[in-house]
Write a protein that binds this ligand. Structure first.
Ligand code: PGA
Length: 254
């Protein structure tokens, strides 16, 4: 049985005081739901403060990025060792990092390896761009992204995959539940070929891209989809709570 997971990627939003306000709005409602892993990923500068605010609750913490070296002269970067002290999860390979910060498959692979070495659970993001989708190349792109990001990795140890079609991120144009379910089932097949059936069955694979309180149920009803990585809607406490609640209800019966 895979425990469903809803992760909120706050991206480059919220000052420290806004983060405190948002966590205070979320805390009680999220804590009441116990059959879903609830993860919030605020900006680096708020991690320590948020960690204190959620202490004693069932809310989990994640970061949005990581550097692959342990320490040294890498001005401005944050290492796995620093994060391992603060949080449990880390988003790696988000399409915005690939697109705006030129992260390559090789870098993402190093980041995944470094995170796992430090005991962090990567939320590895993969997904095709619009032109790739329209050219019918989704499966080819995903196969290559999985090959490069997981190269040399023998144990997935808590890793989570988020399937996020780039054309659906921040656009208000979500995939359909069926489309996402089909691609996620394909991802599970690739993982099964590389790591075996059992590992693939245990691996959590989320959908991400314009998930809202209005469309969340459509995704959660799909058997292959184990939850969501939520961007914009994770900044509104009511909306995020509603997504988590709907997930809890739907996954309890399916
Ligand atoms: P969105 O972002 O929900 O705002 O589309 C999702 C993501 O980038 O993870």
């Amino acid at each position: 049985m895979r425990v469903p997971m809803i992760a909120g990627n706050w991206k480059m939003n919220t000052t420290v005081s806004e983060a405190i306000e948002l966590v205070n709005e979320l805390r009680r409602g999220l804590d009441e739901i116990d059959n879903v892993d609830k993860v919030i990923c605020p900006p680096f500068v708020s991690l320590a403060t948020v960690r204190e605010l959620i202490r004693g609750s069932s809310i989990k913490l994640g970061a949005q990025n990581i550097y692959f070296e342990a320490k040294g002269a890498y001005t401005g970067e944050i290492s796995p060792l620093m994060l391992a002290d603060l949080c449990e999860f880390v988003i790696i390979g988000h399409s915005e990092r690939r697109q705006y910060f030129n992260e390559t498959g090789e870098m993402i692979n190093k980041k995944v390896q470094a995170a796992l070495r430090a005991g962090l659970k990567p939320i590895l993001c993969i997904g095709e761009r619009l032109e790739e989708n329209e050219a019918g190349r989704t499966e080819e792109v995903i196969t290559e992204q999985l090959r490069s990001s997981l190269a040399g990795i023998e144990h997935l140890s808590g890793l989570v995959i988020a399937y996020e079609p780039v054309w659906a991120i921040g656009t208000g144009r979500a995939a359909t539940g069926k489309q996402a379910n089909k691609t996620i089932s394909f991802i599970r097949r690739i993982i099964s070929q590389k790591y075996g059936k059992e590992i693939a069955q245990d691996l959590r694979i989320l959908y991400g891209g314009s998930v809202t309180a209005d469309n969340a149920a459509e995704f959660m009803r799909q058997l292959e989809i184990d939850g969501a990585l939520v961007g914009g809607a994770s900044l509104k406490a009511n909306e995020f709570l509603s997504i988590v609640k709907q997930t809890s209800e739907i996954k309890q019966v399916t």
